[in-house]
Design a protein around this ligand. Structure first.
Ligand code: 13P
Length: 255
């Protein structure tokens, strides 16, 4: 197995601290010893630290949903990589399509975050993906290429395998419309080829590429069976322990 599968839950703006505590306890009880798959949970900032305390001693890792590229300073409402690192966060989602669309994040800004995350020894989960209009216009691969290359400017070969890419077609997020396994595999293979060109083919083969967009226990086995799909970035189905655990099990079965 060159690439260990990874299942990451993006809780988005859901769960109060006490709801987060219930969810993470149930996850730890069921998959807290899983070692054949990397499992990551990304709660909202208000419960990152407390969820991390519950994860202590388990194999489930802590992630965050965003960060600011600067180390500190007058950036009201923002959180830095160092702050996340100091509470044992290991992964950070960057460039999610909701941040791009609703908060105006550009590839250049996302790139600064990727570089700051790597410097602080956080593993960035860099999200890329086309909108419905872009897919219908036939520009999916161009959009993905620009977002990928724009997000990775200045990343050194020595850090490249710490980066995780998430392909999330915008039209599949929260809509119940999942990309077919062929549609997803086509883009994943394209991303891997680009990574091979940007770094080296060996690095391209090691970087994990997750699929995100209405991934559920019912459609996960087929997606996870594709050659270049190394796991999932899960929204809705990560908000219930039962479906999230089933997704971890699907990744274990796909090994
Ligand atoms: P859904 O699984 O709810 O479609 O969300 C996917 C996503 O945006 C994960 O980051």
């Amino acid at each position: 197995m060159i690439r260990k599968k990874l299942i990451a839950g993006n809780w988005k703006m859901n769960k109060t601290s006490s709801e987060a505590a219930d969810l993470v306890s149930a996850i730890v009880a069921q998959v807290g010893k899983a070692n054949d798959v990397d499992v990551v949970v990304c709660p909202p900032f208000t419960s990152v630290e407390s969820v991390g305390q519950t994860l202590d001693g388990s194999s489930v890792k802590l992630g965050a949903q965003n960060m600011h590229p600067e180390r500190n300073g007058a950036f009201t409402g923002e959180i830095s990589a160092e702050m996340l690192r100091s509470i044992y966060v290991r992964y950070v989602i960057l460039g999610h399509s909701e941040r791009r669309a609703l908060f105006g994040e550009t590839d250049a800004f996302i790139n600064q975050k990727v570089l700051s995350a790597l410097k602080a020894e956080l593993k960035p989960i860099l999200c890329v993906g086309e909108s419905l209009e872009e897919r219908e216009a036939g520009s999916t691969l161009d959009v993905v290429k620009n977002q990928l290359e724009g997000g990775l400017v200045g990343v050194e070969e020595s850090n490249a395998t710490d980066v995780v890419i998430a392909y999330e077609p915008v039209w599949a997020i929260g809509t119940g419309k999942v990309a077919t396994s062929e549609q997803a595999q086509e883009v994943h293979a394209f991303i891997r080829k680009l990574l091979g060109e940007r770094f080296t083919p060996a690095i391209g083969n090691k970087v994990r590429i997750l699929y995100g967009g209405s991934m559920k226990p019912g459609n996960a086995p087929e997606l996870l069976a594709q050659a270049d799909i190394d796991g999932g970035l899960i929204g809705g189905a990560a908000l219930e322990a039962r479906s999230f655990v089933q997704l971890v099990e699907a990744a274990q079965a796909a090994n």
